[in-house]
Design a protein around this ligand. Sequence first.
Ligand code: B3K
Ligand code: ZN
Length: 880
Amino acid sequence: PQAVRLADYRPPAFLIDAVDLDISLDRSKTRVAARLAIRRNPAGQAGAPLALDGDGLVLRRVALDGAPLAPEAYEATPDSFLLRAPPEGPFTLEIETDVDPSANTQLSGLYRSGSAYCTQCEAEGFRRITYFLDRPDVLSVYTTRIEADKSEAPVLLGNGNPVGAGDLDGGRHFAIWRDPFPKPCYLFALVGGDLGHISESYRTSSGRDVELAIYVERGKEPFASYAMDSLVRSMRWDEQAFGREYDLDVFNIVAVSDFNMGAMENKGLNIFNDKYVLASPETATDSDYAGIESVIAHEYFHNWTGNRITCRDWFQLCLKEGLTVYRDQEFSADQRSRAVKRISDVRGLRAQQFPEDAGPLAHPVRPSLYHEINNFYTATVYEKGAEIVRMLKTLIGEADFRRGMDLYFARFDGTAATVEDFLACFAEASGRDLAQFSLWYEQAGTPQISVQSDYDAAAKTFTLALEQSTPPTPGQSDKKPFVIPLALGLIGENGDELTLSAAPGETGASGEECARGVVELSTPKRKIVFENVPSRPVASLLRGFSAPVRLAPPQSAEDLERLLAHDSDSFNRWQAAQSLALRSVFARIEAARGGEGADDKAFFDALKRLVEAGEGDPSLVAQALSLPSEIDIAREMGKDVDPDVIYSARSGLRRDLGRFLAPALAEAHARFAPQEGFSPDAASAGRRAMRNVALDLLAAGDPASGGPLAERQFAEATNMTDRICALATLSHLPGAAREDAFAAFYERYRKDHLVVDKWFALQSTIPEVETTARVARLMAHEDFSLANPNRVRAVVGSFANGNPTRFHALDGSGYALLERVVLELDPKNPQLAARLLSALRSWRSLEERRRKIAETTLRRILATPDLSADVSDIATRALG
Ligand code: B3K
Ligand code: ZN
């Protein structure tokens, strides 16, 4: 396909003010009648023909202002519709198309999930339903009439408010929905099916009543209650934190089992992957509960950031996604533990976005060119996009940030906006020039900050010499300096927090910087001198991960130990533990090559004190004990990565740590045994996290005692977190006990597809040679299907992204498995196939032998005939 460039943006030549749809649902032949009220855009190109987008459509009938169109007046293919000489004044175009929902395996447009009809239109699925100006800057008011067999689809849902319904002859019935808020077509949705639901009334802060409902597969209604609870809390939070109220009479959520991503924010009718709706203590883990809470919030928050204010074009995707991720992260932080939430968000950013930014698929948060927009729903656009919003708030302060948001909502409500529009509001609210700050949207790559520190005991001054640099990324060889907010503090000898006082003159930090504990690095280098420093301090840098950067070089072990014991910033205490663990892993790798071994005594002692302290937040202790993953370690290595070497070094650390801490861990495992009753709240989840990290380390240290302990916990568990964690621990211990546990788990949960996904996923990540064959067997299992994205991700996604030693096996068997699946899936569901293939995005950082096999694999895939735009785009850029 053609490259699309931001620089080529032109306003649409036509606008579509109103859309009337009449959709008659049928399994294989759904009739879509669209009546479009069109006029020329005064800001668009004069005299242009009307070119509508289509994708695989069958045209039945077309009429202009009520009269059938002569064949020479238009040109229609399945993928386009051209009206050669449209009227100069406003006109009505009626178009009737046929679509086949049953044949739609791409899960884009109108398709069937189970026995229900549903839609997914973002980014370009509406054109698979009817011919349209399928671009986000064309906003229309929609009225949708949906007709279906009443027995097959008693529930008929659309965008906006319900305005009519009735029975028809022949067992058919209809419902009419009207959405008064102009919206782009990517926010269109409909659902028809025989669904159960739960409902609740909500009164907004200004006293409007809203009827909330969540629709699920019949019989699953009780499992939607946590999602409903999350929705109500999200609605209240958005009123309080951002002054945003809901605006329709109803808000509906529908859970479906076949969905390409997490969920979709269609106006008034969110459609969800049921993984982010359904939960019960028996079937959902704490991280499932947290995921439901955040995705429900995310989609709800889109009502203002995405729907009321949408994007002018798809290059502006971060305008709604980065901002909405920022909002959902803040919501979860307020509902749970802010520190734990920050740690888990940063873990996610480093695991997903950093590798993307460091490899061939790197792109700016606002890209300037794409071939397939569906490949840009990335960690960079979403998670780094959220970090930019967070940095903006850190730089201008909370009050100006809120004023900027208010201005943005007031000024751009009802429009399709740009990143420039957004930034202008904050520049105005804060009086600050954000021109350099906007580079965060333009330049890809993760900045690296190096730090030299020097303590002058005679002068009692402490000097920090900071330097930033950003590596080249595809299409961007030279980088300008970013504006980087660096939150910091100084920890004195006794572990006390020192008051920052800057030396006067140009090397000083400003009084405001000192007071806030945030310095700004906006030049390539900056030297800062602090005075009145009584003894050599340790700098706690990048507190709370105040910017998406890498800090180098790592601090000394002694400094890190001081931070781990004393830093007032919980994030940096956790970071110190991670850094110490990384040091240990690298020392072990050196030792295996004949270098000096690791001396972990002080590190292990510090962790022991944490475990034994027994006070404070167990979830933070659990985070400190959760060692960097193999993927974290590979990323820190950066080049010539050998996953086998990483695996054995990390396993060695886990074994030694488990042995060293064994008594403390056994005590913690017992101390945090389940209490009466189950609560998904953060405090209870923290207790379970601590208990399970203890179990896992115990078993790593001594399988002979840890194994039976895990077996017992597996058998006696009263919730899914404890059960699946026990199974995960067992999964690393080869033998009959493990296979028995997997069999028992399957027997117990075989009817619950979301739990069966866990069963598949866990087996795919077993770090043993035999696993690749196991994965092939799992793909032949009666419950496996390429048609269900969750299942494919559970088996193949988990293998490719969560099992580094097997996926990167030296015999190429892991890549061969991925290649086979990608090519088989591509004709059916290209979006999913492309997503799976991006598991190879870091191939260049591998050691030579693996690098060669990965490259050959990518080249072979790219040479396959009839590849989708999605997969060929990923393969091309990965090789580029
Ligand atoms: N906006 C959707 C993502 C659509 C992805 C299309 N390939 C979900 C979300 O970010 O809320
Ligand atoms: Zn989103």
